[in-house]
Write a protein that binds this ligand. Structure first.
Ligand code: FAD
Length: 490
């Protein structure tokens, strides 16, 4: 393949993994690959990271992922608990009405140390991911728009809009809901409109004398369930995310600064002179859609490129981060440790059904506002109960767990379970039973006293925190380790 013509700022002509798009998906994948020593290039068409608060809810399962990636403390410091919703009433919307919790608050437990969703603007979250990537020696290459690709048996050659090319062994499309890579591959999205009514989303900076404060998430709702909400964003006093839902299905939200101020003042008692700045604005019509496949040869789709959701329930970003987390270790095992290419097929097998379930839930939440009424949906939004039981990488059961289950945390005399799991390795936990003598550079083995969250037995925890194999003895363990590229001795 001819590689001439590659010029700055793309720093390499070849790499193992080309990650297209530096949203949350691309950044998390790049972090995971960097800590595994897999050469990767993360390219972004814009000249900077996305500037808006869009996906502002980090779910408990994602906090666990961030714990493993070494960034959870920074994210917790930068975010805050979700404030209670406050309904404003009266003819001019200036009378305080009732308050309620959008999501029922849960109490952290030993097994689930991160019990509640965290509020943090997406742009702030992405800045923290970017800082972590840089600390690991990686970075984002901006001003680099992938415009096409060709692939053969050995790799993928991506063409950039400015004429450059990069050759990679695999390409991951993390380029968002309008994914150019997905279109180039001809992979269809199957789905539906969730809500015909258009919505405006914007970040606005308000003066201290505005009627709102950062103690609540403020709601002005019409009888037809349209209206506006202002959610205080952590990090900058006076910064709010505005969402307006229009009654008129044919309305075209004006996203200019003046337009945003006009929509804000039309739907809330906030006055124009109380708006210091419109930081960012966009409009959308909620849709739910799923890519018909996640893999085409050496190209894999992840995040919004593979599934788009209604914002209801705060699932899109979280599902996207977990796609990247599922894929990172599999790419590393195939590229660096001799695992079969078939391991990459399990990415679609595991993640596509999860996305289908999440899409269904966020659509139901959007249409029926089940969040305050349906305990099951409420529990699901935390994503702690999701897993891969019955999947192609889930073998056996022991004690209290079946392969595919999320590996619970716990504080044991020998240490905290999440501390033992943290890092790019596999972990064999022997609870109340002798640990077998297996040595591999990528497998940590711990013999521990019995712990009821696991029960007695052997539990092989994958690098992404799910039980891959479980048994009362080692029958089948070697074969499993070989299949995931973790068999050889150090
Ligand atoms: C109003 C609103 C509220 C939301 N709230 C939540 C929430 O509370 N919780 C939640 O989980 N999710 C939420 N979401 C969804 C969330 O924002 C998305 O799911 C998330 O951004 C997906 O991340 P991504 O990295 O896959 O895609 P994106 O964030 O879209 O990133 C894709 C990146 O790829 C770049 N790119 C595109 N094309 C190319 C190309 N050809 N070459 C190079 N780069 C390219 C783009 O510039 C962009 O930076 C919300 C969304 C909206 C609109």
């Amino acid at each position: 393949m001819e590689l001439n013509g590659v010029k700055e700022p793309v720093p390499v002509a070849t790499t193992d993994v080309l990650v297209v798009g530096a949203g949350p998906t691309g950044l998390v994948l790049a972090i995971d690959l960097a800590r595994r020593g897999v050469p990767a290039l993360l390219v972004e068409k814009s000249d900077r990271l996305f500037p808006g608060s869009r996906g502002k809810g980090i779910q408990p399962r994602t906090l666990e992922v961030l714990d493993d990636l070494g960034i959870v403390d920074a994210v917790l410091r930068a975010g805050r608990a979700y404030p209670r919703m406050l309904s404003w009433e009266g003819p001019d919307g200036t009378e305080r009405g009732h308050e309620w919790d959008m999501i029922e608050r849960a109490t952290p437990t030993e097994q689930e140390p991160y019990a509640n969703a965290l509020l943090i603007g997406q742009s702030r979250f992405q800045d923290l991911l970017h800082a972590r990537l840089r600390a690991l020696g990686g970075d984002v290459v901006f001003d680099s728009e992938v415009s096409g690709l060709v692939q053969d048996a050995d790799g993928v050659t991506a063409a950039f809009a400015d004429g450059r090319t990069v050759r990679a062994r695999h390409l991951v499309a993390a380029d968002g809901g309008r994914s150019a890579v997905r279109r180039a591959l001809g992979i269809a999205m199957e789905g539906e409109s969730v809500d015909p009514k258009p919505m405006l989303v914007a970040d606005v900076l308000l003066t201290p004398d505005a009627i709102v404060d950062d103690l609540n998430w403020h709601v002005w709702r019409t009888a037809t369930d349209s209206g506006a909400v202002l959610c205080p964003l952590p990090g900058e006093p006076g910064l709010y995310q505005l969402i307006v839902r229009f009654d008129d299905e044919n309305a075209v939200p004006d996203t200019s600064d003046a337009g945003v101020v006009g929509h804000l003042t039309a739907h809330t008692p906030v006055t124009g002179d109380q708006v210091t700045k419109v930081v960012w604005a966009s409009d959308f019509r909620p849709r739910a859609a799923l890519a018909t496949r996640y893999r085409a040869g050496r190209v894999l789709l992840a995040g919004d490129a593979a599934h788009i959701h209604s914002p209801a329930g705060g699932q899109g970003l979280n599902t996207s981060v977990q796609d990247a987390y599922n894929l990172g270790w599999k790419l590393a095992q195939v590229l660096r440790h001799g695992a079969s290419d078939a391991l990459l097929d399990t990415y679609e097998d595991e993640r596509r059904p999860i996305a289908a379930g999440v899409l269904g839930m966020s659509t139901r939440l959007h249409r029926h506002r089940l969040l305050s009424q349906d305990g099951h949906a409420r529990a699901q939004t935390r994503q702690l109960g999701l897993g891969y039981r019955g999947g192609p990488l889930s073998t056996g059961r022991a004690g209290a767990l079946e392969a595919g289950d999320r590996a619970p945390d716990g504080r044991l005399p020998e240490g905290r379970v999440f501390d033992l799991l943290r890092g790019p390795h596999f972990t064999l936990l022997a609870f109340g039973t002798p640990a077998p003598a297996i040595a591999s550079a990528r497998l940590h083995v711990h013999e521990l006293g019995a712990y009821e969250a696991y029960g007695r037995g052997l539990f092989l925890v994958r690098p992404d925190g799910y039980v891959g194999w479980a048994g009362e003895d080692t029958t089948g363990l070697d074969a499993y380790l070989a299949a995931v590229g973790c068999a050889e001795r150090p």
